[in-house]
Design a protein. Structure first.
Ligand code: ADP
Ligand code: MG
Length: 152
């Protein structure tokens, strides 16, 4: 966070840090968090600054760029949609990522996705309700493990 403040970002809020269990062949664990920051820079300049911080962080740990220590993404901003070859806002994959939506809803639950019109809170609920619905489809009449129908 100090490094991000050094490049001119003002922190307004920070979510809890949520750990993601090892996934895929790398078996690495990731710590995910979301922050609300304010900056005078436009989104493309901000992306450049974030990439600089990612690289500096990796280099400090003596890791190559391929073995990423830090991934800083722009999820949403207050200017609606941004679409350029380098940068897409909202982030293209954020609606499908629980590790983004879970921390995001803590601090920005009422922020709206300008593409779907849904709030972060709504997107998170939609994503986390999909899995139980699939199980019921194959076993009609069953309840989920918490004994509740539909809402965990
Ligand atoms: P991801 O963060 O989606 O898992 P990467 O960090 O590998 O994947 O992103 C690769 C490239 O995606 C970046 O170099 C950047 O130019 C581009 N990009 C497009 N939109 C965004 C965004 N909203 N935030 C961060 N990077 C983005
Ligand atoms: Mg990234």
């Amino acid at each position: 966070m100090e490094v991000l403040e050094d490049v001119g970002l003002a922190f307004h809020d920070l979510s809890d840090i949520i750990e993601t269990p090892p996934m895929g062949p790398s078996q690495r664990r990731y710590a995910n968090a979301v922050a609300i920051v304010e900056t005078k820079h436009d989104p493309e300049t901000l992306l450049g600054l974030l990439k600089g911080v990612e690289q500096a962080f990796g280099n400090r740990r003596g890791q190559r760029w391929g073995a990423r220590a830090l991934d800083l993404d722009i999820i949403l901003w207050n200017g609606g949609v941004w679409a350029s070859p380098r940068l897409t806002i909202p982030h293209a994959a954020f609606r499908e990522r629980t590790f983004v939506l879970a921390p995001a809803r803590q601090i920005a639950g009422d922020w709206r996705d300008p593409i779907t019109g849904l709030s972060v809170q709504h997107l998170h609920a939609r994503l986390t309700r999909q899995q139980p619905a699939t199980r019921w489809a194959s076993a009609p009449g069953c309840k989920n493990s918490s004994g509740n129908a539909r809402n965990p």
